[in-house]
Ligand binder design. Structure first.
Ligand SMILES: [Zn+2]
Length: 305
């Protein structure tokens, strides 16, 4: 299978990557900017590194200035080593908390297998990169690329601004355009999630006045600020609904009950019902993780109170 190249604007491409997992066909992408500077945002899983390299060849990209990592999860950073080998001049920019894991990904790989199981296996193991290739994203500002540290989805999450484009990773949720006027947007809040940290990150991104938001999953919209505001409201709605349910945290059906309520009451999740069966299965897996993350953060705050 080849990666699927879509031209987004003059020099920007979305390369869709196809890991061998049912329901994951239009879910994972790398963002590629050809020109000066030339860069890739999130090389994707190691299992699809050949698809990405083939796409870069088809785009006649012979040089990369940067590999920008939004976060070190193996569906985003997994192919970093394979890409770095082929493009020896590329600097790899990553949140400082992620850098040690790129140098030595053994614990990251173990953790990924534990969290993701067979999905993790299908993404494939992430390989180490040499320390001298790595650049701290904190304060990074070069060639019109500005990094913004946006912890929330993970503690080592960064977003990248380039002109009026924002490469937001999962800081603005998980997105899917379903028709010209309908989309699906889901919080990506696995444990350890902290609502205030996520909200602060969204506020930082909105403060940059972006026009175009390029999602880590999946696709692009040109009303970036409005989409970020919608996601911010969505997190607050989840907080209210989950807060009402949290008293039943120890019930066996807790996650199921929360999921039913969220799918009923969250307007941005309504696209779930338009997904096909395999995609629904994928989303139930990730919704479960997001609900767990939210619930644990709520139980923490009651414990501390
Ligand atoms: Zn992801």
């Amino acid at each position: 299978m080849d990666g699927m190249i879509e031209q987004i604007s003059n020099r920007l491409y979305q390369v869709t990557l196809f890991p061998k997992i049912t329901g994951f066909d239009n879910f994972i992408c790398a963002w590629v900017h050809k020109g000066s500077p030339s860069f890739v945002v999130d090389p994707g899983p190691s299992a699809t590194s050949r698809q990405l390299l083939k796409a870069l060849q088809d785009l006649n990209i012979l040089h990369l200035d940067y590999i920008l990592i939004t976060h070190i999860h193996i569906d985003h950073a997994g192919a970093v080593s394979e890409l770095a080998d082929v493009f020896p001049d590329a600097k790899i920019v990553c949140h400082p908390a992620g850098i040690p894991h790129l140098k030595d990904p053994s614990r990251l790989w173990e953790g990924s297998l534990k969290t993701l199981g067979d999905i993790g296996k299908a993404y494939g193991p992430i390989l180490p990169v040499a320390g001298e290739r790595l650049v701290d994203a904190e304060g990074f500002n070069a060639d019109n690329i500005i990094s913004i540290l946006t912890p929330g989805h993970s503690p080592h999450h960064a977003s990248y601004e380039f002109g009026d484009h924002l490469f937001a990773g999962e800081a603005g949720g998980v997105f899917e355009q379903q028709s010209p006027d309908s989309f699906y947007l889901r919080p990506a809040t696995p444990p350890r999630f902290f609502l205030n940290v996520s909200i602060n990150s969204i506020d930082l991104l909105m403060g940059r006045d972006p026009t175009t938001i390029c999602y880590g999953h999946y696709g692009v919209t040109h009303d970036a600020k409005e989409m970020l505001a919608k996601h911010r409201d969505q997190l607050l709605l989840w907080n209210r609904i989950m807060g009402e349910e949290i008293g039943n945290f120890h019930e066996k059906e807790f996650v199921r009950t929360c999921m039913d309520r969220l799918l009923k009451d969250d307007p941005l999740l309504q696209g779930f019902f338009r997904l096909d069966a395999d995609q629904k299965e994928r989303e139930i897996f990730f919704l479960t993780n997001s609900i767990r993350g939210f619930a644990l953060s709520l139980t923490d705050s009651t414990d501390n109170a």
